[in-house]
Design a protein around this ligand. Structure first.
Ligand SMILES: *[C@@H]1O[C@H](CO)[C@@H](O)[C@H](O)[C@H]1NC(C)=O
Ligand SMILES: *[C@@H]1O[C@H](CO)[C@@H](O)[C@H](O)[C@H]1NC(C)=O
Ligand SMILES: *[C@@H]1O[C@H](CO)[C@@H](O)[C@H](O)[C@H]1NC(C)=O
Length: 377
């Protein structure tokens, strides 16, 4: 924070300097020349400062102008009274909110955002009430107005100079930037004292997850592939679904995670998490990490086989918006059919998911393509 007031003070000084400059009359004596020299020095200094200040934003790749003084916390959002109000209103009694991020492509009518909201509605009487605690963080104006039409709590992220409107393709620079901006934002929410469940919008909420979370963990995360041991760091986590309690260990961890992107500039948050999850610092700080079983928190990589246990279904291991929308349609259809059964019948039914269909193969095809193009899509 040191630099902002300093810059502002210099600008004020140069303003006063201009006034003094104009009021200098024709009487040229040594005294006046001294004053003029001092003023010139101030003006020069101010110009120098403004140059340094304005240019400090982009070369380091930080989205918010002064965020690097917070290292992983966006000052812009930390001091935003609007965000504080939204979090306060959306919060559960224990200062917990549910967060998701949304851009225009996913917010289009009939697209993923509609399916996401629908999942809360058809999830039965367990998930609808959770909408009162959901804050939708929007990347652009269009997504924001669509959110406001459908939902109570929408917060537009300031993303100066960025255009996150269209579909951000996996691993493109825009995609990477969005993912890291998201980590920074979530770190800010923790710093503001709120715990959160972060959920990707392509996750269907079929049941209330809270009874299933581990009581004593700091950081819980869903998996693409779960090996059966919730403590085992060799699991493959998926950053699309996390439950993080706000405390000094987690606020430290989000800063550390965000900072680690500098060591792995071509990787997204999830791959970097895989790199740092064994880091000795995490053990030293006693951060309690748990991995959520795909038996409950499933996805297209590995789905919850037992409908009576399914809590969420993530359209992971899938590339392409249209593929996701098609397959999530099937998920909702399967789920509605299951929920419509009479309770006695439902208990003894053993349905299975008709997915992934469109998504099957999309992930492998894209991986092959990236390999061929040396990492670029
Ligand atoms: C939060 O709730 C207060 C009181 O109910 C209301 O006046 C205010 O408009 C709400 N703000 C937001 C951002 O939802
Ligand atoms: C609805 O909620 C009540 C109370 O939480 C619960 O006992 C009941 O089983 C729920 N019904 C369904 C269909 O999940
Ligand atoms: C953002 O990108 C979309 C599609 O690429 C384009 O239509 C839109 O005009 C852009 N918006 C801004 C503000 O540059």
């Amino acid at each position: 924070m040191k630099h902002l007031p300093a810059g502002a003070a210099v600008e004020n000084n140069s303003g006063e300097g201009n006034k003094a400059w104009n009021s200098i009359g024709s009487g040229s004596n040594v005294f006046v020349r001294r004053i003029m020299q001092t003023i010139m020095l101030f003006v020069g200094f101010a110009v120098f400062w403004m140059f340094v200040y304005n240019n400090s934003a982009s070369p380091f790749g930080f989205p918010a102008t002064i965020s690097h003084y917070f290292n992983g916390i966006s000052a812009q959002e930390y001091y935003d009274p609007n965000l504080k109000n939204i979090l306060k209103n959306a919060s559960m009694k224990d200062k917990t909110v549910i967060l998701t991020t949304l851009n225009d492509a996913w917010a289009e009518p009939g697209s993923i955002f509609d399916q996401f909201l629908e999942s809360f509605q058809v999830g039965g009487n367990q998930t609808k009430k959770l909408l009162d605690h959901l804050v939708v963080v929007t990347w652009d104006q269009k997504a924001h107005s669509r959110c406001v039409d459908l939902h109570k709590y929408c917060y537009q992220l300031q993303t100066k100079g960025d255009n996150f409107t269209s579909e951000a393709f996996f691993m493109t620079p825009t995609y990477l930037h969005m993912m890291w901006r998201r980590i920074e934002f979530l770190g800010t929410v923790l710093q503001l004292g709120y715990s959160f469940v972060f959920t990707d919008t392509d996750i269907m909420w079929l049941r209330d997850p809270f009874p299933l979370f581990y009581k004593e963990a700091d950081f819980q995360i869903a998996c693409d592939f779960f090996n059966g041991d919730s403590y085992d760091l060799h699991n493959f986590p998926n950053g699309g679904f996390t439950y993080v309690r706000s405390n000094p260990r987690t606020t430290w961890f989000y800063k550390f995670w965000y900072k680690s992107r500098e060591s792995y500039p071509t990787m997204h948050d999830q791959d970097v998490l895989n790199k740092i999850k064994m880091h000795p610092l995490i053990t030293n700080k006693k951060l309690k990490i748990r991995f959520l079983s795909t038996g409950y928190f499933g996805g297209f990589c590995q789905s919850s086989k037992d409908f009576s246990k399914a809590i969420t279904m993530h359209a992971n291991c899938c590339v392409g918006l249209e593929n996701k929308v098609e397959d999530l349609k099937i998920v909702l259809k399967d789920w509605k059919k299951y929920m419509a059964l009479h309770e006695s019948v439902r208990k003894n039914s053993h349905p299975s998911w008709n997915v992934p269909k469109s998504c099957r193969g999309s992930f492998e095809r894209s991986r092959e393509k990236r390999k061929k193009n040396k990492g670029r899509l």
